[in-house]
Design a binder for this molecule. Structure first.
Ligand code: GSH
Length: 220
């Protein structure tokens, strides 16, 4: 790789984590710059077309959208983490796009003001995860026994559901055996475990408490 990559990050962001997982999995030497999204610096506002993280700086070029960044990093560091069969690859891209809606689940649950709103948000997320359960191979990872790009795309969601479960004593995946197994397999990977700051559990439970919703009342 001719130039060192720089990833612009926010410590709590699951979309940034997708990119970090691939960078770590591929053992890429990269710089990471953390910003405060609640008070973003002017240079970031100028750099990021949507005002969002992640942004990957590649020399003078700027990439945004986590799924695009994941694919770029994967392509420049063979062997690929994408299936080689065109139809399977397209299906993986579709389920990665589907993840955008599922990723809203944790924040919707955390923001829910009462038990009814929480159950509604949880139900919505579980309906989507049910579709994913049906599409899953039933092996350790989405496509089979090998950790691929789609696994890197979903792992940040599993980490957040696990954090909420541990912090608030609730369960989400009980009726989804394939996803339960997939989540455990993803969270056991070194590239996933090392993809967040060590203080993420404290930051996340602090965020739940600050939102002051139904889940905040369950924080242990
Ligand atoms: N579709 C984007 C979503 C990125 C995203 O929502 N990032 C959040 C932080 S987790 C953000 O930057 N929010 C600030 C904003 O939307 O103003 C991606 O996959 O990269």
């Amino acid at each position: 790789m001719s130039q060192k990559l720089e990833l612009i990050s926010f410590k709590l962001c699951p979309f940034v984590q997708r990119a970090v997982i691939v960078l770590k999995n591929k053992q890429v030497d990269f710089d990471i710059t953390f910003i405060d999204l609640n008070n973003p610096p002017d240079w970031f506002k100028a750099l990021s077309p949507l005002g969002q993280v992640p942004v990957l700086k590649v020399g003078n070029d700027v990439l945004f959208e986590s799924s695009v960044i994941q694919e770029y990093v994967d392509e420049i560091t063979p062997p690929t983490l994408m299936p080689t069969d065109s139809l399977l690859k397209a299906k993986n891209r579709a389920w990665i796009a589907f993840a955008g809606g599922v990723f809203e689940g944790p924040m919707k649950m955390i923001r829910a003001h009462d038990a009814t709103a929480y159950e509604e948000a949880k139900g919505e997320m579980l309906t989507k995860l049910g579709r994913l359960e049906d599409a899953h191979s039933g092996h350790d990872f989405f496509n089979g026994q090998t950790f691929q790009l789609i696994d890197a795309a979903y792992a940040p969601l599993f980490m957040r559901l696990d954090l909420i479960s541990k912090t608030c004593g609730v369960d989400f995946l009980g009726d989804l055996p394939k996803i339960t197994h997939w989540s455990k397999a993803c969270l056991a990977r070194e590239c996933v475990q090392s993809s967040v700051v060590p203080e993420l559990p404290q930051l996340y439970s602090g965020m739940i408490k600050n939102m002051n919703g139904y889940l905040a009342s369950l924080v242990k």
